[in-house]
Design a protein around this ligand. Structure first.
Ligand code: SF4
Ligand code: SF4
Length: 187
């Protein structure tokens, strides 16, 4: 009940990041927020460096990622100017985007990713139990037991813990960590 009115009367502009294709990334959030009372004024899709740090095939060079971030910055500036002039960008919002997101992404990826909620691999020899990952996980999926991190089957594959573990002790899709992705590296 509380969530249903949380955004009541608020105008919301949604930004969704993507690796290659976002379908209706902003649209998904728009539908949820609208249910909580938000008035969705617009949306923007931004290509960003891929955060999946243990899949070598997805990795780009630092220089390539810097260009991607620079282009995102230009796109944000353009969109902000447009918003100031009363024309909010509508990327990801609307029926056609919804269909693109459904068939181009969710139907295919849902089957692939739903089995990963308990597949996080924590290297207990490397883990020092610092607890950084437990504080960063938005799903409260991680806890420290006997001085080591353990996962509790609620992972949504956001890669926050993987990118921030000082011991590089966590992986998900691959076995090795190729890059810990943080925006500071690309600006
Ligand atoms: S951040 Fe890394 S080292 Fe620290 S508790 Fe988590 S897995 Fe262990
Ligand atoms: S990948 Fe994200 S959701 Fe999964 S355990 Fe790490 S921080 Fe939590």
């Amino acid at each position: 009940m509380q969530n249903k009115t949380k955004f009541m009367g608020k105008k919301v502009f949604i930004i969704a990041t993507m690796g290659l294709f976002s379908g209706d990334g902003t649209g998904c959030s728009a539908r949820l927020l609208a249910k909580c009372g938000a008035e969705i004024v617009g949306g923007l899709h931004l290509k960003m460096p891929d955060c999946i740090g243990d899949e070598k095939a997805l990795k780009k060079t630092i220089e390539e990622n810097k260009i991607i971030v620079k282009q995102a910055y230009i796109k944000i500036k353009k969109s902000a100017n447009s918003l100031k002039n009363g024309h909010a960008t509508q990327e990801g919002i609307g029926f056609l985007y919804h269909i693109a997101g459904l068939f181009g992404q969710r139907i295919w990826f849902y089957g692939k990713t739903k089995n990963y909620s308990d597949k996080l691999k924590i290297n207990t020899e490397k883990c020092i139990g610092c607890g950084i990952c437990t504080q960063l996980c938005p799903m409260k999926n991680l806890s420290i037991v006997d001085g080591r991190a353990v996962q509790n089957g609620r992972c949504t594959m956001c890669y926050r813990c993987i990118s921030n573990c000082p011991q590089q002790a966590i992986a998900l899709l691959g076995k090795n960590l190729y890059e810990q992705c943080k925006i500071e590296k690309y600006i």
